[in-house]
Design a binder for this molecule. Sequence first.
Ligand SMILES: C[S@@+](CC[C@H](N)C(=O)[O-])C[C@H]1O[C@@H](n2cnc3c(N)ncnc32)[C@H](O)[C@@H]1O
Length: 263
Amino acid sequence: MHLRAKGDLSLRRELAPLLQAHAPFERVPEAVRSRLGLADPATLADVAVPAGSDSGHQFTNGWFQGAAKSVWDDLVPQIDPTRILEIGSFEGASSCYLIDTLATRKDIEIHCIDTWEGGVENAADGWSPANMSDVEQRFLDNIRLSVDRAPHKVDVHLHKGRSDLALCKLLAEGRQGYFDFIYVDGSHQAPDVLCDAVLAFRLLRENGVIAFDDYLWKEPLPYGVDPIRCPKPAIDAFTNLYCRKISIISAPLYQLYVRKLCE
Ligand SMILES: C[S@@+](CC[C@H](N)C(=O)[O-])C[C@H]1O[C@@H](n2cnc3c(N)ncnc32)[C@H](O)[C@@H]1O
């Protein structure tokens, strides 16, 4: 579905302001969809220029560019994390952004958790099918490119497997309160997101930040929205139950950013 539009980078750049003005996973307006030849369902993130277009990386989508980059450009230098944990890496767009941004100035440590099996959305009959072996190989190539270019040392730890098990293993190794910044972008199923949030909180240091991707994401299902297949109910449950231990960082809403105040 994305291939015809992907070639047309100049048109995508022209349309980039749409991403600033609308939630990135809102449906593309009909006029734009037909101009780009995108099949339905197409979202504004599908229109984003894939991050690697200018950097030599191989990214097949603009998810990170569309949903995160404009906020991260301000937020990440403020947090200035050294120890980073990412749940859900896919082709490495967000990891490469963090390496490219932070390892220009200092050594960093980054842990990437992914099954590289994809979520339900990446299955052959899902709304964003992907060959996950190819995705994993692109992740490895992209990370290698960023690490090799970085002026400072990047200590990369790959955890291939389910996030619940990988997070428990990190805790069992004694990494409570270890990370400065945790990006939760793995499974989009509410029960999985809740589990990731609770375990991530234990792994985060005081004053550290968790970024939840896809707070407003809704899976385009033929029968409408299924709240159990969305991250938002889980993120809301987490922020409600942990309200005395966290503060919400004010930022444009598509992702949600949470600072840990105390254990
Ligand atoms: C939306 S993608 C991550 C995108 C990436 N952060 C980026 O910016 O390009 C979600 C990833 O989570 C992984 N995933 C889904 N469920 C998972 C689980 N239970 N444990 C670990 N990884 C999972 C998928 O394999 C997929 O690669």
